[in-house]
Design a protein around this ligand. Structure first.
Ligand code: SAM
Length: 257
């Protein structure tokens, strides 16, 4: 296996190591009162991306501790959460509680999904697997498991954030720190490998997988949003007020004619 294609193993190891700390950061931000997208908690109720969820078969790609998956289930969806990290799934299982709808948890890789073709109505990645998988592999794989008419929603960082952030850091600046055209794979300072594409690259990748882009949503965070204390508050507040961090791709598998 070459260094360029071992990202699955590296990400699994990194997420197993970081899982406990990640849950502490989420706890510090407080439980959102509703279904929200991205790091800065953009309200699904306001954005209305998913539509009616009752009775829908929904796949959460990179579900982590399944906080998101459980809220989808609260909305009446039949939810399967898949995650490469066994430790994240330990947190997911521990968070299950009586009286709330169950979520099926699967330890698996979004680049090789252990599901039959056309199994789901909706697939979502909320800063999940699609931020850590090669989009050229994971997008066609997500498209494969969607039914005709099914929806894929990918919330990840913006290509602009990538451009403004040095390869070995997480904190963006106000100038361009990397090239645009070679945007793809980036080993980060946490041991993970992240992926990003230029805007045109995402559109081409969705189209090659037979998916139609319905929207690219670039929400602005609430100015009072909680910024975790390990991040530089002023830098992040300035950046978030001026440039898009979380972006949400809403794409659909066409219905058969
Ligand atoms: C930033 S966490 C987000 C978790 C969750 N979606 C949330 O909103 O809290 C990213 C998750 O993606 C998972 N992940 C990374 N690569 C993956 C892959 N190839 N297949 C499945 N899950 C993966 C990680 O293990 C981790 O739990």
């Amino acid at each position: 296996m070459s260094a360029a294609d071992d990202h699955g193993r590296r990400n699994r190891r990194a997420w197993n190591r970081m899982a406990d700390q990640y849950q502490e950061i989420l706890a510090e931000m407080g439980a959102p009162g509703e279904l929200t997208w991205g790091w800065w908690r953009h309200s699904e109720h306001q954005l209305d991306i998913l539509g009616e969820l009752t009775g829908r078969d929904v796949l959460d790609l990179g579900c982590g501790a399944a906080g998101w998956a459980r809220r989808l289930a609260d909305h009446g969806a039949n939810v399967v959460g898949v995650d490469a990290s066994a430790r994240q799934l330990v947190h997911a299982a521990a968070a299950a509680c009586a009286g709330r709808p169950a979520v099926a948890l699967v330890n698996g890789d979004a680049e090789r999904l252990p599901f039959a073709d056309a199994s789901f109505d909706v697939a979502v990645s909320n800063w999940g697997a699609l931020s850590f998988c090669d989009p050229h592999v994971a997008v066609p794989e997500a498209a494969r498991v969607l039914r005709p008419g099914g929806l894929l929603v990918v919330c990840t960082s913006s290509p602009i954030y990538w451009l403004c952030t040095p390869p070995d850091a997480d904190q963006p600046g106000a100038d361009l720190r990397r090239g645009y055209f070679d945007m793809h794979r980036s080993p980060g300072n946490t041991g993970t490998v992240r992926f990003q594409l230029p805007y045109g690259g995402w559109i081409q990748t969705f189209a090659a997988a037979g998916l139609t882009v319905e929207a690219l949503i670039e929400p602005t965070p609430d100015p009072d949003t909680v910024i975790p204390k390990h991040l530089d508050q002023d830098t992040w507040r300035h950046w978030l007020a001026n440039w898009p961090f979380d972006v949400i791709w809403k794409v659909r598998k066409p219905t058969r004619r």
